[in-house]
Design a protein around this ligand. Sequence first.
Ligand code: F6R
Length: 615
Amino acid sequence: MCGIVGYIGHREAYPIILKGLKRLEYRGYDSAGIALYDGNDIKLSKTKGKVADLEERLEKEISTKGSLGIGHTRWATHGVPNDVNSHPHFSNSGNLVIIHNGIIENYDSLKKELLKRGYIFNSDTDTEVLINLIEDVMKQDGIKLGKAVQVALNQVVGAYAIAVFDKNKPNEIVVARLGSPLAIGIGDDEFFIASDASPFIEYTKNAIYLEDEEMAIIRRDKEVNIRKIKDDSLVDPYMQELQINLEQIEKGGYDHFMLKEIFEQPRAILDTFRGRLLIDKAIIKMAGIEDNMKKFLNADRIIIVACGTSWHAGLVAEYIFEDLARIPVEVEYASEFRYRNPVIKENDVVIAISQSGETADTLAAIKLAKSKGAFVFGVCNVVGSSIARETDAGAYTHAGPEIGVASTKAFTTQITVLTLIALRLARAKGTISSSDYRHHLIELELIPEKVEKALKSDAYVKTIAAIYKDVKNFLYLGRGYNFPVALEGALKLKEISYIHAEGYPAAEMKHGPIALIDENMPIVVIATKKGHYEKVVSNIQEIKSRKGKIIGIVTEGDYSVRELADHVIEVPDTLESLSPLLTTIPLQLLSYHIAVMLEKNVDQPRNLAKSVTVE
Ligand code: F6R
């Protein structure tokens, strides 16, 4: 969702902010803008469209001079995407300027009050209401910007990460957060502000992540002063050393981040089990699990909460946990769970899965589960993210930054972490024999090289993409462990190519979707040898007799499906429980190539955001 960048220091702010906005493009946005203090006044340029459009326009419209500035990429919530609604927004006097990520829920009542007091509004945004509220507080109470931001935010209901400055006080920026991330990069006599650390990692490795309900007054050449918004108490900042490097957030020779991230999966999976899967000793070591083993062993059931692709990883985990550790599992959409008054018992363990660690619904589901006394375990990729901090314990996926909006390596590394947890619990509970356990560990260790092999299908998958790129509908079928993979394959295609696709359990096809099948319908069927192979082959026969076009995802050396299918894509053999880590690879590649052939914006598909920080 919206991206925030800011700079105050001794360098020119514009190139830092512009590059920073480009780095944040992955979050998803529809317009962009920058405000700079040129030593005299605030100069602002903004536009609907991409950062490249802004760059072209801004350099014609305003001077790029100045060592204080803020920039924004907007994902529309209040008001359509257009130039006027884009951020930054001025206050009525033109003295203050703001950028905002989030939603002010009570903006309507605040706006009515301000209208009564003579304020005028140019845009339809909640953000313009907030900056005028801050101005109004400053005027009425005769107080400085920092205090006015605090007073105004105490009247606000909603979520925000904001950065504001006053042209009469060009030596400070005020920032605040509630529910939307905000990082402050600490350099030598200079400070950077951003929604995540990617805009400033080449300048500093030191960052402070604001917590919810905190604000900071950042003074040029001085320190950062952090306070609680509610009671004004001072906060001792925790400076974190950043682990990411520039290479990880660049395309590294690939045409798109999504393709880079698909091909990174062997390494990402290896990083996920590095130091955790100790094959020589036949043990799995995960601090978050060991420290809370009692809670897991006493669990009557596990409730998994997540959204989107992470929810699909949760569905795969349901099979693994029930199969190996014999713990009942329920997998819930976080957005439904949070509003359902769910029954949560003392011995329930909740696992929240999230790549970004910022998904608003997942965060709310965690808070609800905690309020009902549940122990909540997080599986996140982004270190230090809100979900990682909100959960009682957790395990990081260590996939490295995922920039493409369509999740790929996050999915396979989430499954890897959840598999490790299930195996560890199965061993502790004695629900798996030691030979079976060892077999799983050995097979798991082989997964990175098998993913590498599965990636070799890339060129062939591309030829299949060329055949089907113009169809209007796709069907994806799978059974057992591979049913969630069918859902994930369909989601990937929808997201980046805008082709309608449905994922279904293969056997359910007879109860409805079979009516859709004719000679124009491509059906991707996951039919690996382990699992319900014969049953799936029967389903393929049913499709064949209705003339559907069959794309089979099969185990290496399979001949039966080859005889029936129009195309087969082979993946290496493995245990059924690990097969999603391989079968998902050709589905990612298929959606990628179709989207590229259709000339879609693969890394930033329309309407989508990388981290969904609003409901
Ligand atoms: C799909 C995708 C989304 C996310 C979902 C949850 O490719 O990226 O469906 O999976 O928005 O996001 P996280 O995992 O960050 O909570």
